[in-house]
Ligand binder design. Structure first.
Ligand code: NDP
Length: 433
């Protein structure tokens, strides 16, 4: 608490995990004797560095870069890079901490890490983004490697940014390795990685619905965000028979009661990189509202928050409950506040926590690493089938762990416990390090 008091998001993530792990700690006194929890909440390494670059007006800009190498007990550090003005050490630490358990849940050999910068790619030219990425990677390259730490994308880091960073790493090291994931298909990327987090979220949600006698078929779905995760969650939910009626960005949200026209959204967000408001130019019959919070007042059966942390608060949760929503699954990382989670669980909603529900992205990144090591490429269908299996397996693990500790249906506790066990066993085997 004292050391990290100025990092509220990190404390929030740690508190939730520690609370769910209490029954596990009671059963395993040897963990306490080995200082396991104290070691688990302290990153193995935090790197923070200067990122100087020159903008299009010839002015020097300076941002701060981070890489938090949180836990390597079960494999090389793995986790995305976030470029957003809100980034500071506490955000990266919360994301890195969550990543440990998420990566463990995938069943694949990957440790937990996260990084990023307070750089804002919005409104920057391609040249500016390239100069920033090259400068960022010039320092980051000293700390990562295909067998050490393999970063990926996150908010503000998509195919363009990964390309510039990969190019710079290759140039600095004179080696072509799978040091980043989310790469382009012609230079080591995996098919289905772009779709993976959104698709995986729907596979997980579908498994959760099925286990409770429900499905996506004919249901109304509200999805926040309109980035990578939101777009592909919309695509898969629609494919599974649901109607997605709303999407948002940090300025506002659209409501199309006829169902979102995803081709129009892809054109606006992926091709033109414009605001979601532009949707009304194509569909004037839809509604646009300023501000993002109101999206949770739209009546729906299923809600999938896919934008950012703490975007769904208690008031929003109560609005969802009042409107008859019966399931919420988190595509973004920690999008629901602790009060919102408590309200939804109390009201009996099915609730899929981020570290289980959005693990499809990192799982597919680990599949990309395997393909790079083998110098081989699986087909889209092969990767998608593996992703689906992994997400169904994650649901099963969370479901079983919750039941084993007398908390059936509490997938928050189940995911924390199931993710923790594997890491704990490995840390115990490695001694006090
Ligand atoms: P993108 O950058 O592609 O999209 C982010 C979306 O969220 C945009 O619509 C953005 O709107 C909105 N957003 C960002 N910050 C805020 C904010 N402060 N308030 C309101 N809206 C905001 O990122 P992703 O889709 O990749 O990531 C979304 C979430 O999913 C994040 O929490 C990320 O950590 C998580 N995630 C992503 C994975 C991946 O594979 N990409 C894997 C697992 C989790 P705007 O354009 O206005 O900023």
């Amino acid at each position: 608490q004292k050391r990290d008091g100025n990092e509220p998001e990190f404390l929030q993530a740690v508190e939730e995990v520690l609370e769910s792990l209490e029954p596990v700690m009671d059963k395993h006194p040897e963990y306490e004797a080995a200082g396991l929890m104290e070691r688990l909440v302290e990153p193995e390494r935090v790197v923070s560095f200067r990122v100087p670059w020159v903008d299009d007006n010839g002015k020097t800009q300076v941002n701060r870069g981070y890489r938090v190498q949180f836990n390597s007990a079960i494999g090389p550090y793995k986790g995305g890079l976030r470029f957003h003005p809100s980034v500071y050490q506490g955000i990266i630490k919360f994301l890195g901490f969550e990543q440990i358990f998420k990566n463990s849940l995938t069943g694949l050999p990957i440790g937990g890490g996260k990084g990023g910068s307070d750089f804002d790619p919005k409104g920057k030219s391609d040249q500016e983004v390239m100069r920033f990425c090259q400068s960022f990677m010039t320092e980051l390259s000293k700390h990562i490697g295909a067998d050490t730490d393999v970063p990926a994308g996150d908010i503000g880091v998509g195919g363009r940014e990964i390309g510039f960073m990969f190019g710079q790493y290759k140039r600095l090291r004179n080696e072509f390795t799978g040091v980043l994931t989310g790469k382009g298909l012609t230079w080591g990327g995996s098919l289905a990685r772009t779709e993976a987090t959104g698709y995986g979220l729907c596979y997980f949600t579908n498994a959760m619905l099925k286990a409770n006698g429900k499905s996506f078929e004919g249901k109304t779905v509200v999805i926040s965000g309109s980035g990578n995760v939101a777009i592909y969650a919309t695509e898969k939910a629609t494919e599974l028979g649901a109607k997605v009626v709303a999407l948002s960005d940090s300025n506002g949200y659209i409501y199309d009661k006829n169902g979102i026209d995803l081709a129009a959204v892809k054109q606006i967000k992926e091709v033109e990189r414009k605001r979601i408001k532009e949707y009304l130019n194509v569909h004037p019959e839809a509604e646009y509202h300023e501000g993002c919070k109101g999206i949770w007042t739209i009546p729906c059966d299923i809600a999938l928050p896919c934008a950012t942390q703490n975007e769904l608060d208690e008031e929003s949760a109560n609005a969802l409950i009042a409107n008859g929503c019966f399931a919420v699954a988190e595509g973004a990382n920690m999008p629901s506040t602790p009060e919102a989670v408590a309200a939804m669980q109390k009201a009996g909603l099915l609730f899929g926590p981020a570290k289980a529900a959005n693990a499809g992205g990192v799982a597919t990144s680990a599949l990309e690493m395997s393909q790079n090591s083998m110098r081989y490429s699986w087909t889209f269908e092969e990767v998608d089938a593996k992703l689906k299996n992994i997400m169904e397996d994650i649901f099963k693990k969370a479901d079983e762990a919750a039941a084993a500790y007398g908390m059936a249906g509490n997938y928050v506790a189940g995911a924390n416990i199931a993710g923790f066990k594997k890491v704990a066993d490995a840390m115990m085997a490695h001694g006090i390090i």
